[in-house]
Design a protein around this ligand. Structure first.
Ligand code: NCD
Length: 437
């Protein structure tokens, strides 16, 4: 059983696969990939974004969610967290999402459960889904060109699990962290350090501002000294328009933002700030994470999960079937179209009706679906059929891509690429993931 405790629980390939899924889930539309599954959230520390993001992600995938209200749970009657989790596990959830102030607690619970544990933050130790959504947002902004980009991480580095997890994940994908903080917030790390943001601001491609983690500080100074420290902090580390000028960079913050302490109101409204984009991407990333971790124990080879569409199934099924045919390209399409299935990518010109009829015969034989629409007419166009991929191009742009792996079929559509694509989109073809039988 695989759990997600820190970003290092995922290989680079797994991160890339999660991002591929997250791109598909990006429109945050609902599907039923996790229909019948149950996710329990257990937040012993406060949260606005992370808990609601996990809950929305689970619900968007069709799962049920139970949020255990920790304030009213039996941990208040002296029950240990281990016992609480063992009891929840006895009710057979499909994943437990946990946040706790103690570093290492989620990892220590692995032996008490039969389902994946997803760490939603443990003290200053780790916050893997935050780092994933941060990397995803950076990758999206720079359109994949992130090698060698400098990221200033500004603030209470030593107490921030967001910093810890980002420092674990981002360098694996070629980013250079530069840690900017007053000496009392500096961590013992091998990354480049700076005490003054002005020293390094010219090097910044990305600035990630962090909140001062007061809840993890032992306060042994007077109110006046605290006030003075705060003023100094704002003066030296708040991201202001005056500090950044017209420099071209991406501004991030995991939230909650302490306005005008971490980042000014003006900079939060600046187009360079992608703080709300991070929140939006957080749902897509968590959808991808839940799908991966919950379905790991399924034998999806033997199960096809149907994705409901309000407009009916026929076009989606058509595309599904075309992709199935592409997979069995050595049988159906090559014979009909005269293409070479051994070639990495073959191109089929024009004759969509032949593909449709081959799909129909295939489905008539295999009775996979009740009906394939025969009224679908597509303009003369180009399909390229690769080993495990069908790409439909319009105006030289990829309109629909159907990728097939051993266990799933992924449909990606760019409805803006032309008339046929928008017609397909209007007929209910969407970014979808299907499990294959
Ligand atoms: C962070 C957290 O809780 O670690 N927030 C979040 O999950 N979005 C950062 C913080 O509390 O400052």
């Amino acid at each position: 059983m695989k759990h997600l405790i820190t970003p290092n629980d995922l290989s680079d390939k797994e991160v890339e696969e999660l991002f591929e899924d997250a791109r598909i889930f990006q429109d945050l539309r609902s599907n039923n990939i996790l229909e019948g599954k149950l996710v329990v959230t257990l937040f012993f520390e406060s949260s606005t974004r992370t808990r609601s993001s996990f809950e929305i992600a689970a619900k968007r995938l069709g799962a049920e969610v139970v949020n255990l209200e920790v304030q009213t749970s039996s941990t208040n009657k002296g029950e240990t967290v281990e016992d609480t989790v063992a009891n929840l596990n006895a009710m057979k959830p499909d994943a437990i999402i946990i946040r706790h102030k103690d570093c290492g607690l989620p990892a220590s619970l692995k032996t008490y459960v039969d389902c994946p544990i997803i760490n939603a933050g443990d003290g200053k130790n780790a916050h893997p889904t935050q780092a994933l959504l941060d990397l995803f947002t950076i990758d999206q902004h720079f359109e994949g060109n992130i090698q060698g980009k400098n990221i200033l991480i500004v603030g209470d580095i030593v107490n921030s699990r967001v910093a810890t997890s980002n420092l674990e994940l981002l360098p694996r994908f070629g980013l250079n962290p530069i840690l900017v903080s007053p000496p009392r917030f500096q961590s013992n790390s091998s990354f480049r350090n700076a005490t003054h943001i002005k020293e390094v601001i010219d090097d910044a491609d990305i600035i990630m501002s962090l909140r001062v983690q007061h809840e993890r500080h032992e306060v042994n100074i007077s109110k006046e000294e605290q006030e003075r420290e705060k003023e100094e902090y704002v003066r030296d580390y708040c991201i202001t328009k005056e500090l950044v000028g017209d420099r071209d960079f991406l501004l991030l913050h995991p939230g909650p933002v302490n306005r005008n302490i971490d980042i000014t109101d003006e900079m939060l409204n600046d187009p360079r700030s992608k703080v709300l984009k991070q929140v939006e991407n957080g749902v897509a990333i968590r959808m991808a994470v839940l799908k991966k971790f919950i379905l790991q124990k399924e034998n999806i080879e033997n199960k096809r999960i149907k994705v409901k569409s309000s407009k009916g199934f026929s076009l989606i099924e058509l595309i599904f079937a075309i992709a199935v045919i592409a997979v069995i390209a050595s049988v159906a399409i090559p014979k009909l179209m005269g293409v070479n299935s051994k070639a990495k990518t073959s191109t089929v010109n024009g004759d969509i009706s032949t593909i449709i009829s081959s799909v129909q015969s295939y489905h008539m034989i295999h009775k996979k679906v009740d009906k394939i629409s025969d009224s679908v007419t597509l303009n003369p166009t180009v399909w390229s059929i690769a080993d495990k991929e069908v790409i439909f191009k319009e105006n030289d742009k990829e309109c629909v891509k159907i990728a097939v792996s051993d266990s799933q079929l992924t449909v990606t559509i760019d409805q803006a690429s032309g008339d046929v694509c928008s017609e397909l989109y209007n007929n209910g073809v969407r970014n979808e993931v299907f499990a294959l039988n």
